[in-house]
Design a protein around this ligand. Structure first.
Ligand code: NAD
Length: 344
């Protein structure tokens, strides 16, 4: 029986992974801790590690795993910006879940725009105090407005479908455009200049780090609504705060935050928030911040569990790894996998 060390485990993970573990004959050691250079010791004696978005698969972790004889990390997510691929190459295979439900994230994203626009979260709080006033709750019609979509992959495409269903105009920016009716591809600068709302759906890479910085924000329309359900570091938080303070950004929906790793998924109620920028962002009435939850649907969790287990079965059975990713794959086309069926 293979033993898996499962980091950053939550009760909802167990519900979806346990039935598959039985089916695949795996024993799962669930650890509350996030994976990092200190917690990696929990994996001693295991055959594989299962990691999530805020687990760190950095050089120290890769080398510690390698010394323990563990040569596979199964990411139970699509994004992989938390992996040091150069260090992992040749030592630890990294497999992931490239798609589990683009609907989960795209629907959540539109939910954020709607909640921000009509101030549903404020209305909810008011009504609980029997305050039935509508002052301050004014929104706008989405019909006819322009949505700028940055990154038009699996999630971006579903999100575009939703926007077109609302009767919106769609501008898009992606280095690999997928032309379709109702969508006009433009430069990032033009997208910023002409969009009433902007939604981020591209991965975090060296090129996209702080894509939304002070300059980009200055280019945007006054009062623009900005939603990020992708990765926190796509936005420069300091510039975001300035944009919100000046009123340049009318509202922001953030399911991710660039320094989320220390806080998201944990209960800090009762503690003093040490991150001043996070505290400032949360204090703003026109910000809706959630704890990286856009993926959290029943369908997504089931698909994540199934694909993760299948990825590991393929690894243990010595088969090809269609969901493996290495630094060469990340640079499109330069991976030699097509010859060897594994990245190395
Ligand atoms: P995908 O790979 O299908 O699509 C990503 C798209 O972004 C591609 O079309 C790519 O060409 C484009 N792109 C790459 N670099 C870009 C850049 N610098 N500027 C603009 N576009 C760029 O990925 P996906 O499944 O649609 O997921 C998108 C992102 O959503 C993931 O990378 C992940 O960070 C995030 N995500 C978040 C959650 C959540 O719970 N909040 C869940 C899943 C995924």
């Amino acid at each position: 029986m293979k033993k898996l060390c499962f980091f950053d485990a939550k009760p909802y993970d167990k519900i979806y992974f346990d039935p598959f573990a039985k089916e695949y004959n795996y024993e799962i050691l669930y650890c509350d801790s996030k994976l990092n250079e200190r917690s990696v010791v929990f994996a001693q004696g295991c055959d594989a590690v299962v990691a999530f978005v805020n687990d760190r698969v950095n050089g120290a972790v890769v080398n510690a795993l390698s010394e323990m004889g563990i040569s596979v990390v199964a990411l139970r997510c699509a994004g992989y910006n938390n992996v040091d691929f150069k260090e992992a190459y040749g030592k630890v295979h990294i497999v992931r879940v490239p798609a589990y439900s683009p609907y989960a994230v795209a629907e959540f994203t539109m939910g954020m725009f709607l909640a921000l626009n009509r101030k549903l979260y404020r209305a909810y709080n008011r009504i609980r105090e029997y305050n039935f006033s509508l002052i301050g709750l004014l929104g706008m019609d989405f019909h006819g407005k322009t949505m700028g979509v940055v990154g038009t992959g699996k999630i971006g495409q579903v999100f575009i479908d939703i926007c077109l269903g609302f009767g919106m105009k769609v501008l898009a920016y992606d280095p690999y455009p997928k032309e379709r009716d109702g969508v006009r591809y433009v430069t990032f600068e033009e997208l910023c200049r002409h969009s009433d709302m902007i939604s981020l759906h591209c991965p975090l890479t060296r090129e996209s780090y702080h894509l939304v910085d002070e300059k980009a924000i200055r280019t945007m329309k006054d009062g623009v609504m900005l939603v990020n359900t992708s990765r926190g570091a796509l936005i420069d938080s300091t510039a975001l705060i300035e944009g919100l303070k000046e009123g340049k950004i009318g509202a922001a929906g953030l399911d991710v935050y660039e320094e989320e790793g220390d806080y998201f998924y944990e209960d800090y109620s009762g503690a003093v928030m040490p991150d001043d920028e996070l505290a400032r962002i949360i204090s703003m009435p026109n910000v809706l911040l959630t704890s990286h939850q856009a993926f959290l649907t029943r369908e997504a969790l089931k698909n994540i569990a199934e694909t993760t287990m299948e990825n590991l079965r393929q690894y243990f059975d010595g088969e090809a790894l269609p969901n493996e990713i290495c630094y060469r794959c990340a640079k499109r086309g330069s991976c030699k996998r097509e010859h060897k069926e594994r990245c190395f």
